[in-house]
Design a protein around this ligand. Structure first.
Ligand code: SF4
Length: 71
């Protein structure tokens, strides 16, 4: 990713229902925590392809519990 390109930073909100959709769609960025109660961001996307996968996960979340902001 070029330095001029804005970094996309993803986050999980507390109302996540741990449905695993984002985990299935966008590993290795998204995973479910050890207690299985909510998703966690393991790493921020590093490449345009990973950003695309993460955005697809965001759009697919059934409870809109994934957020993103440009750093
Ligand atoms: S898709 Fe949404 S509700 Fe499902 S695990 Fe991911 S953040 Fe949680």
């Amino acid at each position: 990713m070029s330095l001029s390109q804005k970094e996309q930073r993803f986050m999980i909100f507390d109302h996540c229902i741990a449905c695993t959709t984002c985990q299935q769609m966008a590993r290795p960025m998204f995973d479910i925590n050890d207690s299985g109660t909510m998703a966690v961001i393991i790493q921020q996307p590093q490449t345009p392809f990973e950003v695309k996968k993460s955005m697809q996960a965001l759009k697919s979340c059934p409870v809109s519990a994934i957020g993103v902001r440009s750093a």
